[in-house]
Design a protein around this ligand. Structure first.
Ligand SMILES: [Ca+2]
Length: 87
């Protein structure tokens, strides 16, 4: 049984850098990767063509120890395609 539950809400980001390379692709399609440890990850939905995305994404994680580190990386949709090729 988990010792604690971490209730994490990722609301929004503002003024993201545009990393979308294609002229017809609009601007970046951002999402967040959430890392607690290698076995405890999550991600938000992708918001298309928006540098001020609103995710309102809620995740509940089981936590088994104190002093965990939470890393949230904002990525472009293209990075997700690379991740899928790797898996
Ligand atoms: Ca785009």
């Amino acid at each position: 049984m988990p010792k604690w539950l971490l209730d994490l809400n990722i609301i929004e980001a503002k003024n993201l850098m545009d990393t979308d390379s294609g002229i017809t692709q609009g601007v970046s399609d951002p999402f967040c990767m959430i890392y607690l440890d290698p076995a405890n990850q999550g991600r938000t939905e992708i918001v298309r063509n928006d540098l001020n995305p609103v995710w309102n994404h809620r995740s509940v994680f089981s936590v088994f120890r104190k002093n965990i580190q939470i890393v949230i990386n904002v990525k472009e949709r293209a990075a997700l395609n690379i991740l899928r090729y790797d898996s």
